[in-house]
Design a protein around this ligand. Structure first.
Ligand code: ACO
Length: 377
């Protein structure tokens, strides 16, 4: 019998210096630094530099990197016009997938795969993702695109382009922390997909389009939206325990809990829970927050022993909702952060590239012969 690593669980296919996860103890580090410290002390801009270079920047390097990101915020006007003409009602992740593919058409360097060019494209894409996602959101609601402002941080500028209003310092900081928490997470499904595409020596836009497709699914990035749908289905906090128990009795999955690697609390979910709690205490506990509290308790009591605990998507939706962000934008916002991890991982992997090509155990028929159509039943 040949062992099959179903879902590629536990399969090691490369080395990486970017992200370390200890799933049993709930530890996540980038460059050896705990995620809690990144969230508390750093910014999305700095973490993006750190991932792309596999080291912390000096103050001058960070200032230069930040200036480069700001200078690249504008998206091609033709692309923005195209976004405005996308069919009404398409999911923003469909729109983002198409928009990034289209963006590549405007980049004269798109097909180049040298590390230097991949780095330059990464920088442009990190900067432009925010303009593109905000444009997609506004076009969906029938509003005109808001041009980027160069005097705002990456996080503040995104919220500004989304709403047309400058966010408060606290809102911008909270959103920045959410971006930091989502920027990279080792060999998750979308990063692996980006790497698989890169391993064929395809271009970076194709890698990112592949990754967006993988992130879109409800078992990966789409879970944050599904969590909010679940909260609406529960309705009120008093119904939460019974709702969850019923689902578990029927062997149905609870969205926002469970993880391939974490068999304990995902540390990102703890940071987000603390912020969700902070907002709840300031504004009075929202119904959503109270339902989440009960679901967390019920899940941990009932299936915590199986290693199933809240993941990053469990609380992210309420944090985004508190920022006034619509549900269908949660996964694009995940992409807004993860673009840094995708690009950094592609650059790191292709430095010592080998085509990714796993195999399957053949379990089909043998010793057959072609049967003419007319002779088939
Ligand atoms: N609710 C209830 N039971 C669960 C859940 C869940 N969310 N997740 C896993 N389990 C149970 C399974 O039923 C299974 O039980 P069994 O052994 O009795 O059959 C066992 O735990 C193992 O589950 P798998 O699905 O095989 O675990 P896998 O590692 O393949 O799945 C995944 C990980 C996809 C994240 C899963 O936990 C899940 O579907 N969670 C809900 C979706 C979600 O929140 N996704 C976001 C993940 S984080 C991210 O991508 C950002």
């Amino acid at each position: 019998m040949t062992d099959i690593a179903k879902g590629l669980e536990g399969v090691l296919f490369t080395e990486s210096k970017l992200t370390f996860i200890n799933g049993t103890e709930g530890i996540l580090t980038h460059l050896g630094i705990p995620i809690q410290e990144w969230a508390e002390k750093s910014t999305f801009e700095e973490l993006s530099f750190a991932l792309l270079h596999a080291r912390l920047p000096s103050a001058a390097e960070l200032a230069r990197f930040d200036a480069q990101l700001r200078a690249n915020r504008e998206a091609p006007a033709k692309l923005l016009a195209e976004i405005a003409s996308f069919p009404r009602g398409v999911h923003p992740m469909q729109a983002l997938r198409t928009a990034v593919s289209y963006l590549g058409l405007f980049d004269a360097q798109a097909e180049e795969v040298s590390e230097e060019v991949r780095y330059a494209i990464s920088l442009r894409m990190i900067a432009q993702f925010s303009t593109i996602i905000a444009a997609i959101a506004r076009a969906r609601d029938g509003y005109a695109v808001v041009a980027p402002r160069l005097d705002l941080t990456h996080a503040a500028n995104f919220l500004y382009m989304l709403t047309g209003k400058e966010p408060t310092t606290e809102q911008a900081r909270l959103f920045d922390i959410a971006l930091v928490l989502h920027a990279d997470h080792g060999m998750n499904a979308s990063t692996f997909t980006a790497i698989a595409t890169a391993s064929t020596l395809s271009d970076l836009y194709s890698c990112v389009v592949s990754a967006i497709g993988a992130l879109k699914g409800p078992l990966h990035g789409g879970a944050n939206e599904a969590v909010m749908d679940m909260l609406d289905e529960v309705g009120t906090p008093d119904k939460a325990a019974e709702y969850i128990s019923g689902k578990l009795d029927r062997k149905e999955k609870i969205m926002g809990v469970g993880h391939r690697v974490y068999k304990y609390f995902d540390p990102r979910s703890r940071v987000l829970r603390d912020y969700a709690e902070h907002v709840a205490n300031k504004q009075g506990k929202s119904t959503y927050y109270q339902i989440l509290e009960t679901i967390e308790k019920t899940v941990v009591d009932r299936i915590g022993s199986k290693g199933i605990y809240p993941n990053v998507d469990f609380y992210s939706g309420t944090v985004y909702s508190d920022l006034g962000i619509k549900r269908e934008l949660f996964t694009p916002i995940f992409a807004l952060a993860r673009i840094s991890g995708w690009c950094a991982s592609v650059i790191e992997y292709t430095r010592d590239n080998r085509l990714l090509r796993p195999d399957a155990v053949y379990s089909g028929a043998t010793d057959q012969h072609y049967v003419e159509l007319k002779d088939r039943q």
